[in-house]
Design a protein around this ligand. Structure first.
Ligand code: CO
Length: 209
């Protein structure tokens, strides 16, 4: 898309919003009050607000390659802390997507330079779930399953943070894993059963009494 087109589209968008509600931007400027923190992949095909039918102001967004939540990533950790502590979001959604290039790259034996340490976190997900993944004979199904397991592990990484543990204890927030199916456009809830998933490891990661 050319620069001229971007500004033309922007003008049309403002016009449309103002036609529906002349106070739209006056209200938008007042404050944000999102109820959702969305952590997803940077992939251009996964358009957060569009696929969820949301308006500006409704979703606090963090995106990176393959929707990762890494404890040493100051960016992701700050986003989570700010969203939970100050914005008081009620829902944290980790959203992966099928055909994720980041997940695909992590399944290959290739030196990808600066991407290596980032993708190693996905290789760790593969290692944790090695037995299940190795049983899948179809490469495509294995790829899809790794996308899902990666979302599961990133949800667990969110649950390892102190602020989320405290908020969950007070029943202020929930953590959910979604997958966007690029083939159909549909979102899928993985319905992750965290008490079961955390059963054997909860005491290791617990940061509160
Ligand atoms: Co992706």
């Amino acid at each position: 898309m050319k620069r001229e087109k971007i500004f033309e589209n922007n003008k049309q968008w403002v016009k449309k919003k103002m036609e529906n509600n002349p106070q739209y931007f006056t209200n938008l400027a007042k404050k944000q009050n999102p109820k959702i923190l969305y952590i997803g992949c940077s992939d251009s095909r996964v358009s957060v607000e569009t696929m969820m039918g949301a308006e500006p102001g409704e979703i606090f967004v963090h995106r990176n390659i393959a929707n990762m939540v890494i404890s040493a990533d100051l960016n992701a950790m700050s986003i989570i802390e700010y969203a939970v502590q100050y914005l008081k979001v009620e829902q944290i959604i980790i959203c992966g997507h099928y055909n994720c290039g980041g997940v695909k790259a992590a399944m290959q034996s290739e030196d990808l330079g600066i991407l290596n340490p980032w993708l190693r976190n996905i290789r760790d997900v593969y290692r944790i779930h090695y037995e299940e993944l190795e049983k899948i004979s179809s490469d495509e199904k294995k790829y899809d399953r790794l996308v899902e397991l990666n979302v599961q592990e990133q949800c667990i990484n969110v649950l390892k943070t102190a602020c989320v543990q405290k908020a969950i204890h007070k029943k202020e927030v929930t953590v959910e894993g979604f997958i966007f199916n690029v083939h159909t456009g549909f979102l899928k809830n993985l319905h992750l059963d965290f008490p079961a998933l955390l059963k054997n490891i909860e005491k290791i990661y617990r940061l509160t009494e």
